[in-house]
Design a protein around this ligand. Structure first.
Ligand code: HQG
Length: 184
């Protein structure tokens, strides 16, 4: 993730005010204002540059409105926005990449969303591994998403394929790949 992309994530997800931006209720900001905000922070981009950054982002973090007048982050916000995602049927299994330090708390509380709007789940092990690796040696938890759905938990999928849900109670988590079962 480049410094510019990191700054864009900061202003579109967490602190729009640092770039003088206001997000609308669905998280959109005017492209012109975003370019100005980036420029003031030393990231001088043309519209073409921004288009290229959005297209090249490995995780599809950003999206333009169809008329290209506005831009938003596809997920990951801590500011209060409503992305307007519709609940969708999840696959049987989803994956969550984390690290050993958090296992004890996850065993008792389940997965919680913390500052983000949702718990983030991955569609496959490799992606979950990459998410966990941001913090250390990854540990992959398997979530019985279909059973959660059947029990009434809503699942959403962001524009970049990340699965989102409110919370994952411990009873739906398979900890068997963590090596922890031997110790409890
Ligand atoms: C852990 C990146 C203690 C959780 C990635 C994680 C993802 C708990 C951390 C996206 C816990 C939260 C999201 C509990 C969960 N007790 N720790 N009860 N429940 N945790 O960054 O899922 O680059 O908010 O395991 O690729 O790591 O931002 O969530 O380690 O898609 O686009 O608390 O962020 O995408 O960390 O990552 P995060 P995450 P971007």
């Amino acid at each position: 993730m480049s410094r510019t992309s990191r700054y864009l994530a900061l202003i579109l997800r967490h602190k729009p005010e640092t770039a003088g931006l206001t997000l609308d209720p669905k998280g959109w900001a005017p492209v012109q204002d975003v370019l100005e905000g980036l420029g003031k922070a030393g990231h001088h981009l043309t519209l073409e540059d921004l288009r290229a950054l959005v297209a090249a982002d490995a995780k599809g973090r950003y999206a333009f409105s169809p008329d290209e007048q506005r831009i938003r982050a596809n997920q990951g916000h801590s500011v209060d926005v409503d992305l307007g995602l519709m609940p969708v049927l999840p696959p049987q299994w989803l994956y969550h990449g984390t690290i050993a330090t958090f296992l004890r708390a996850i065993r008792s509380q389940g997965l919680i969303k913390g500052k983000r709007h949702h718990v983030h789940l991955s569609p496959d092990r490799d992606t979950a591994g990459a998410v966990g690796r941001r913090r250390g040696t990854p540990i992959i938890l398997i979530v019985n998403a279909l059973a959660m759905h059947e029990a009434g938990h809503a699942f959403y999928r962001s524009a970049n394929g990340v699965w989102l849900t409110d919370t994952v109670p411990p009873s739906y988590i398979d900890f068997s790949g963590t090596g922890e079962n031997d110790r409890v």
